[in-house]
Design a protein around this ligand. Structure first.
Ligand code: SIN
Ligand code: FE2
Length: 217
């Protein structure tokens, strides 16, 4: 029997692939624990629903967002900031699941950043056509810690640029179970996500979920 390309199981994690100084792609690093991560994410979202935030410029973000951990990233007309409580409920954000913090620390160590202890995890949900424009993650007080970003569900094209907005970004395919880590010389690199191509993911259907871990406080 011949196998088609589409039957091919994703290759297991092999080694870090360099993107830029301080930035690596760990393809398949989270594959073995994707199911546990999704179950934990579902519980977080049940307590702190995904929502479409307003940018300071007055636009509604097309990415659906929630958070867990001591601090949660949020945005409104008054600016971007981290908050200890969910503005929707007035309650603290759901605690960071142990499987989240554990994966983030292991991925950071694999990328050369030992001792990463995230206090914030942003959950992003992309549906077909949704994009995230080029930006820097710079609302965190400690820029010595890296960013760890886990992709689940439909594949996306990740733009990874330089320290200037105008630097032409690399285009990297991020698939279910892939983890990107950037810190050090790349900590303030511009990055974003191209409009999500439609498709059907075996586990998640027509969506992509991204978990972004940071040391915010
Ligand atoms: C982000 O920059 O916050 C998310 C990146 C991604 O969805 O891969
Ligand atoms: Fe970001």
């Amino acid at each position: 029997m011949t196998r088609s390309l589409f039957d091919e199981p994703p290759a297991p994690y092999a080694a870090p692939e360099p993107i830029a100084p301080g930035a690596v792609l760990l393809r398949g690093f989270a594959l073995g624990e994707a199911e546990a991560l999704l179950q934990a994410a579902r519980q977080v979202i049940a307590a702190a629903p995904l929502r479409h935030l307003m940018t300071p410029g007055g636009r509604v973000m097309s990415v659906g967002m929630s958070n867990c951990g001591a601090l949660g990233w949020t945005s409104s007309r008054t600016g971007y900031r981290y908050e200890k409580t969910d503005p929707l409920s007035g309650q603290p954000w759901p605690p960071m699941p142990a499987c989240f913090a554990d994966l983030a620390a292991r991925a950071a160590a694999e990328a050369g950043f030992e001792g990463f202890a995230p206090d914030a995890c942003l959950i992003n949900r992309y549906q077909p056509g949704v994009r995230l424009s080029l930006h820097q993650d710079r609302d965190e007080s400690d820029l010595s810690a890296p960013i760890v970003s886990v992709s689940l569900g439909l594949p996306a094209v990740f733009w990874f640029g330089g320290l200037q907005r105008g630097d032409r970004p690399a285009r990297l395919r991020l698939a279910h179970g892939d983890v990107a880590v950037w810190g050090g010389a790349s900590r303030l690199a511009f990055h974003g996500v191209a409009p999500l191509a439609d498709g059907e993911h075996a586990r998640l259907g027509r969506q992509r979920i991204n978990l972004t871990f940071r040391r915010a406080g």
